[in-house]
Design a protein around this ligand. Structure first.
Ligand SMILES: [Zn+2]
Length: 86
């Protein structure tokens, strides 16, 4: 299995947020899907966040409440750590 230190999860953090927001470019979306295939940590984030969104969607079909968006960002920040400095 690949364990690449140059893995660009941090670069995909914003893409993930947009993706979960349903607001992602087709191009970036494809890139993200490819990444999710190989990156378990990112997939876990997407899955758990999706469940949260689905829960809220039952009340509000489109807009995520600001509080949820903030917590989503927090989650992405803590779950996907930026590459370590040498
Ligand atoms: Zn990743």
């Amino acid at each position: 299995m690949h364990h690449d230190p140059g893995h660009d999860c941090s670069h995909l953090k914003e893409a993930l947020a947009d993706y979960l927001d349903g607001d992602l470019d087709t191009e970036l979306c494809r890139e993200l899907h490819a990444h999710l295939k190989d990156c378990h940590p990112c997939r876990v984030v997407v899955d758990s966040t999706r469940q949260t969104i689905r829960f809220f969607s039952q009340e509000r079909p489109v807009q995520l409440p600001p509080e949820v968006q903030r917590r989503l960002q927090e989650t992405l920040k803590t779950r996907i750590l930026p590459p370590e400095e040498p």
